[in-house]
Design a protein around this ligand. Sequence first.
Ligand SMILES: C[S@@+](CC[C@H](N)C(=O)[O-])C[C@H]1O[C@@H](n2cnc3c(N)ncnc32)[C@H](O)[C@@H]1O
Length: 345
Amino acid sequence: MSNFQELARLSSAILASENVYTEVETAKALSEFIHSVQSKLTQYVQKDNETKVSGGIALSSYDAALCLDDYIRTARFLKGTHAAIRQMIQSQASSAVNILYAGCGPLGTLLLPLLPLFDSRQLDCVLLDINASSLESVQKLLNALGLQAYSIKTIETDATTYRKPENWPMNLLITETMFRALVREPQVSVTINLAGQLEPNGILIPESINMDMVYTTFGDEPYLRNDLHAFDRGRIEAMTPYPNRQVKNRLFSINKELDFLKQVDQQSGDFRYTVHEMPVSFDLWPDICVFTQIHIYGEQHLESAESYITNPFCITNFYNLAGCKSFELVYHFRDLPNWSHVIKQ
Ligand SMILES: C[S@@+](CC[C@H](N)C(=O)[O-])C[C@H]1O[C@@H](n2cnc3c(N)ncnc32)[C@H](O)[C@@H]1O
């Protein structure tokens, strides 16, 4: 079987997976195959090319390659992207679907595996990354996987400032340049720059990243630990939500309409959310956390702790806020994205 056929077989298995265990199994099989092909091409992808961009840190090529092994994430994004491409092909039968993949990393994980499932005339793809070594790797991988017939341009550039050509209507934008609670990596700045360049009926993948304020006991919440057993069946089965969790409020969503920008404080340039009601008793849920839920596309979601990028994030706890009347949660998304809190007397 050729690499092209094997890739098609493995991707089809991911699309057919019906539960979280088969999603893990099939994404693992894809990872083993891609790594076997890739390690023959280049022994090392660069480890030391983490790059500062205006809205965060772009991962090194090595760390970006590891994202493939965030198995549930990879399986759900591939399912969502496949459904979005099919939807676009249906709605514009006569011309190719133009796809921009911003932050493709060295493996083009969220798009390359799907290509054999489409006719090469149906797609016109642009892959961006800030790291030259990632694009070199993608080029080699495209050849090794027998994907030369597809229209794929690679561009080394910063996705927070890139402008697409006027005569290239963007139908689909894929970007996953994020970490848990949208800290550190530049997902928000990349989306702000690129989503506005989509066609009116264009699709953003992920469709929305939803940030909620949750009061809980952080240590009792499911958390996907990054180790060899992260995706063991027993671990997945044990991932049950903390029963006394209090979901307090949707803070904001990142989507193609960029509604989020309306909620940004004009003076500081940050998202700010004030909590006026201080609880009298909070023993069962002392921690003030941010939870991330991702709606990828159609039926595909990632809930808290199903992936490293949706792990919960603890900002502070009510013991630290003793005596104050209100507090503010602040999300800073330029420079180095992070969360903080401000105590109000
Ligand atoms: C979290 S990795 C994900 C890799 C791959 N998309 C995946 O989902 O497996 C993010 C990738 O985006 C790239 N990246 C981050 N910020 C970028 C920017 N402003 N411009 C271009 N590439 C960027 C990084 O170099 C890295 O390859």
